[in-house]
Design a protein around this ligand. Sequence first.
Ligand SMILES: C[S@@+](CC[C@H](N)C(=O)[O-])C[C@H]1O[C@@H](n2cnc3c(N)ncnc32)[C@H](O)[C@@H]1O
Length: 330
Amino acid sequence: MIEWKALADRFGRYGASMASSPMYADLMSRCALDIVRGGPVARAMAGHEGAPGSAPPMRLLGAVHRLVLSERAPGLAPFYPSVGGVYDGDRAWPAFLAVVSAGVAGLDRTVQTNEVGRAAALLGGFHAVSLAYRQPLRLLEVGASAGLLLRFDSYRYGNAWGPADSPVRLAVPAMPLDPTLRVAERRGCDRSPVDPASEEGRLTLLSYVWADQLGRIERLRGALDVAARVPAVVDEADAVEWVRARLAEDPGGAVPVVYHSVVMQYLAPEARAAFAAAVVEADGPRAWLRFEPVEGTHTFVVTLTTWPGGEERVLAEAHPHGYDVRWLTT
Ligand SMILES: C[S@@+](CC[C@H](N)C(=O)[O-])C[C@H]1O[C@@H](n2cnc3c(N)ncnc32)[C@H](O)[C@@H]1O
């Protein structure tokens, strides 16, 4: 039995929280009303409500965006900024309902993103490690998705660092940088990796970016182009065993940097504890860098722990997508 009111509430709550995407805020609130009335959105979502926390609003809007991006929704495309359109809610809504009524595939697909902007939040941490160890970095990213953050050194940060001709440009405040920083290895894991080189993988990542956030879309497209020429491995593996195995390997003259951004909330509390234990109890010099919310809050901070010694420092605070980095240490 479908809990229509609960589903409508979820769309309504998502809509209300999307201040940075007026288009999706509007579409979500229209969807919420449609669900209450038992309209096309309600019929499309029947059987696809998913488990609590599985973000049905993002699954629906992602699936529709995918159709638009792949030129399978020509009546709706003129209202999608991601393909050059202009959003106009009253004119877009009938076209949206027509697409939904005709059937949308992939409503059960897990929402999968890779937020390139988070490289700006992590940047100071990578440099802090390079400055402290004076060795190349062995990047070990957990929950790496398509591995776009494994190529952080191919992006340009203000006028401060990175290749000047990079297609990805990110803003950062003044922070200590190491001009000699070098990456020796790029390896990540994800329980469900996305292939950034395939059309399917590119479409998956683009479809879950909100269609009126052109800056995010432009950065993602740029990072996908970088990924086509800068190799990185993303193993299909679970975080805990993978990190234990990587940290048992000889780092070969590089310093291992285990890092993750917006991943820990997807691990059960026992897995989170096991992951932390695997990093803390490993041997040898290593760093643990993370961009995660402070428990029980919506404040996202960059934290760095280094061994030997296990010294922990909160380096920065930033928007969850990596904007507005506030550097907190000297
Ligand atoms: C919100 S995404 C963040 C992706 C990337 N870190 C970023 O900041 O763009 C969370 C990622 O964690 C992955 N993930 C969740 N649980 C995992 C686990 N137990 N082991 C490995 N990866 C996991 C998901 O598949 C997803 O790619």
